[in-house]
Unconditional design. Structure first.
Length: 278
């Protein structure tokens, strides 16, 4: 004997079964068609994204911009295909758009800082004030750009330390971009008995043949000024940023040795002491 409660539950299950059966019978072809459309859209989105990335790579366009554009195109294609697939099974997207808009407004208020970083990331990717491999200095932090994400930019300094800078702290700030090389400025004094033209010749020859100096930018050597210690010489040259201090120290040592071998005297501070008898 079936109890009334059990009989009611069986009737409910039967109703659900009939509802599912009617839905599958009525919309089976639409569901299959929508699924096929969506799968085809995913395949097309992947192919188009790869094609765009290859074209960017072929024309030597920055990898960050390439990834951003290719991913954006892939997402747009998937969204469009999703809308078409939903329409295939008779689902209107108008209520969904309204719900997504309301949810986006609430999320935007709650995630203002994160969205500011993303907006700044898009600005960096589009305007390209720097690219991967450049050396930048921002708010006292400097290093080689390793990766540019929508939310942050990753730098690596000469010590191998990784520096993560939120993009909102980059856009709108004074940015120093020295690309892949960095300027070295050195000053020292020569004795007033030294011929400065000979010293300039020795320094020029050294820097022109030194493997640590970037040769595509001509070094600048000249008289920077005069002081009580002697003739102040100024030397400016470029070295690769990733090994800035290592190359700078090696070049300075070679510079000292070259001047010493040439018999050019580097002036030392002289203090005169006068003794008076009382």
């Amino acid at each position: 004997m079936i109890t009334p409660g059990l009989d009611q539950e069986l009737q409910q299950l039967q109703g659900v079964y009939q509802l599912i059966t009617e839905f599958l019978v009525t919309y089976s072809f639409q569901l299959v068609g929508a699924l096929l459309i969506f799968l085809l859209g995913l395949w097309v989105a992947s192919k188009v994204s790869r094609l765009v990335a290859k074209q960017f790579d072929k024309h030597n366009i920055d990898i960050t911009l390439s990834n951003f554009v290719s991913n954006l195109i892939r997402i747009l294609i998937i969204v469009m295909v999703g809308i078409i697939a939903l329409g295939k099974i008779g689902i209107s997207i108008t209520p969904m758009v309204a719900a997504i808009g309301a949810a986006s407004l609430g999320a935007g208020l709650a995630l203002q800082g994160m969205l500011a970083n993303y907006a700044a990331g898009v600005t960096i990717i589009v305007t390209r004030p720097f690219v991967v491999g450049n050396t930048i200095e921002i708010k006292g932090e400097s290093g080689v750009v390793k990766r540019i994400h929508l939310g942050m930019t990753i730098l690596t300094n000469e010590e191998g330390e990784q520096i993560s800078i939120p993009n909102k702290h980059i856009v709108g700030e004074i940015l120093h971009n020295s690309f892949s090389n960095k300027l070295v400025e050195t000053q020292f004094n020569l004795s007033y008995n030294t011929d400065p033209e000979r010293a300039i010749s020795v320094i020029t020859e050294l820097l022109s043949n030194n493997p640590y100096v970037y040769q595509e930018t001509t070094p600048n050597i000249g008289i920077n000024g005069f002081n009580a210690n002697g003739i102040e010489m100024g030397v400016r040259y470029w070295v690769p940023t990733q090994s800035y201090f290592q190359h700078k120290y090696k070049v300075n040592l070679a510079l000292y040795n070259a001047l010493k071998q040439a018999g050019i005297e580097i002036a030392c501070p002289i203090r005169e002491i006068h003794l008076q008898d009382k």
